[in-house]
Structure formats: structure tokens, C-alpha cells
Design a protein around this ligand. Structure first.
Ligand code: ADP
Ligand code: MG
Length: 153
């Protein structure tokens, strides 16, 4: 197939996608969330984390760069690297825990953390589509490929 491209008609559709991704998860996964400001990355991430069981505890990593959650023994991390100018600025954050087996990782602006992040499984490319949004889901690793097959199935 030529990839998985989805039209997101309104915010509800972006929220529903996050819930669908949470339901298809069956282990650790590293997701890169690409797209311009306002393209829907945080909306998706919050819906995903809420559906995983973080509930209303979901915070915004806009200033903290990283938020971590313990979801019934599973570790989840949400990063927003918009403010990072150089990946070297990430050293003090101790990103080693992101690479732990089973960790669920979502990274906004991942290109700004190049070299400091664990290998990506799935890349999501969000974009504006008029006043709506769209997203292309790109599997990168074998785990990402299996995940996207579960999504479709
Ligand atoms: P990003 O994290 O990519 O900068 P946000 O998730 O913060 O973007 O979204 C910015 C705005 O876009 C929010 O006000 C949100 O409600 C809106 N939004 C999200 N998904 C859609 C959609 N499918 N259609 C229209 N607006 C959307
Ligand atoms: Mg954001």
C-alpha cells in the first residue's frame, strides 16, 4: 500500500485517532509526531495518553520538555522538543529511560533531538488541510509495521 493517510475532519477525529492508537498498543512503541505548529500533535498525544489510563493527569511538556507517567507498571513519556536548539541540550534530561523495553514514547519535534532519542518505530506526519487536519502514518521499524497492521485490522 502507499501508506496510511487519514483525513481528520475536526478535533474529535484527532482525539478518536489517539484513542484508536491506544487500543491497538500491545507493548512498547516509540512514536515521532511531525508537523507544523497547530497541526494536531499535542491533541493526539493527550487523547492517546488519556486512553492509556493517564486520565486527567496529562500535562503539557511545552516548558518541561518531557513528562513521564506510570500507567499500571508501564512507563509512558511525552516530549515536546520545540524549544530545543541543539540535541546536546537534552543530555541532562537523562533520556536513557526512554530506551527501556516496554516504554511508550511520543516525541513532538523529534528532529530537534536527533541522536539523543531511542530508535523510532512509527512516524506520524500531521498537516493542515484547510481548517481541518490530516495525518500520514509511516511504520519505520518491524514493531511499527506490526502496530500499523493491528491498526488497520
Ligand atoms: P501541535 O501540538 O501540533 O502544535 P495542537 O494539538 O496543539 O497542535 O493543536 C492545535 C489546535 O488544532 C487545537 O486548538 C486543536 O483543537 C486543533 N485541532 C486538532 N485536531 C484538529 C482537526 N482534526 N481539525 C481542526 N482542528 C484541530
Ligand atoms: Mg504541541
Amino acid at each position: 500500500s502507499g501508506g496510511d493517510d487519514r483525513y481528520l475532519a475536526d478535533e474529535e477525529a484527532t482525539l478518536a485517532l489517539g484513542q484508536q492508537f491506544a487500543a491497538a498498543l500491545d507493548g512498547g512503541l516509540v512514536m515521532h509526531l511531525h508537523g507544523d505548529l497547530g497541526a494536531g500533535k499535542t491533541t493526539f498525544a493527550r487523547a492517546f495518553l488519556r486512553a492509556l489510563g493517564v486520565g486527567e493527569r496529562v500535562k503539557s511538556p511545552t516548558y518541561s520538555l518531557i513528562e513521564g507517567y506510570d500507567i499500571g507498571g508501564r512507563r509512558a513519556f511525552h516530549l515536546d522538543l520545540y524549544r530545543i536548539a541543539d540535541p546536546g541540550e537534552l543530555e541532562w534530561l537523562g533520556l536513557d529511560s526512554l530506551a527501556e523495553p516496554g516504554a511508550i514514547v511520543l516525541v513532538e519535534w523529534p528532529e530537534r533531538g536527533a541522536g539523543a532519542l531511542p530508535p523510532v518505530d512509527l512516524a506520524l506526519h500531521f498537516r493542515h488541510e484547510g481548517t481541518a487536519r490530516a495525518v500520514r502514518v509511516e511504520p519505520v521499524s518491524e514493531a511499527g509495521q506490526r502496530f500499523s497492521e493491528r491498526l488497520q485490522g
